[in-house]
Design a protein around this ligand. Sequence first.
Ligand code: GTP
Ligand code: MG
Length: 324
Amino acid sequence: MDIAELSDSILKADRRALARAITLVESARADHREQADALLSRLAQSGRQSLRIGLSGTPGVGKSTFIESFGMMLIAQGLRVAVLAVDPSSARSGGSILGDKTRMERLSRERSAFIRPSPSQSHLGGVARRTRDAVALCEAAGFDVVLIETVGVGQSETVVSELSDLFLLLLAPAGGDELQGVKRGIMEMADIILVNKADGDLKATATRTCADYAGALRLLRKRPQDPEGFPKALTVSAIEESGLAQAWAEMQALADWRRDGGAWEKNRAAQAQYWFAEEVRQALLARLSTPWAKARMAELSAAVAEGRETPRDAARDLLAGLGV
Ligand SMILES: Nc1nc2c(ncn2[C@@H]2O[C@H](COP(=O)(O)OP(=O)(O)OP(=O)(O)O)[C@@H](O)[C@H]2O)c(=O)[nH]1
Ligand SMILES: [Mg+2]
């Protein structure tokens, strides 16, 4: 593959080249990895930045429907929109690829849109890296907005929030009890909570749920990256396409405030540091899963069980063998 040519095509916003490049960064082959790294280094010089929006929500809350409506609205304003997904469970992503192709039918036909489902890779570290690389590729391809979707399964929210400039939490209208079900850690990541399905019979419940979440957000510790009034909760209807323009206005207001005050740059710098540490961690973990390391681990583990070595000495032995 000619990396210079691929790079030029991506900079010219060629979607097929972008798709090929994402396939390249997803590949586990060592030669592909090398080409991918060369491509990413080259494109990093473009200096282009998209607005990266993370979006999380439990299954069925309306993420796909929201992305379709919201994406179509952005495109109508002349913006280019990329959609990526982080889904650490391969079984699920197998299903949602098909589901999303039909649910995002309008968006997937748009020339200004690019949709890429999660790869079928079950290990979160691998998915995280691939998504990070895919985000970088979409930025180089000049997308104005990159939406990064995840289903709420614990760790994947952290991955998405570490890749985003803004983090949206999509919630369903619910009774008071279910309010408790949202984990505090996830609430704390949210910049804007969107209570979806505020239409028909659910409208009143959605309004009440929204007020409850707004109250809960006010109880959280004030964050330096927020202007007055954020994080905030709003109601939307992805199906009726209502509340979307207001949600977008709030996102832009927040992004502008962060850009002007330096919080944006600070956040991106902290994210770069997070991913650096993560790369180191992943590389060390990879060294632990070679056949030699596994065999040595089993040997030393038996020695520990039989009391022939202390856990600490055994660990030292293993690490010395790895040259760490
Ligand atoms: N009433 C109402 N229903 C909605 C709205 N948005 C989505 N739905 C419905 O909720 C169901 C799930 O919507 P999806 O968009 O597939 O939800 P999702 O969060 O992508 O679900 P997963 O991909 O399974 O995680 C569908 O039947 C939608 O029609 C909305 O604004 N109002
Ligand atoms: Mg979906």
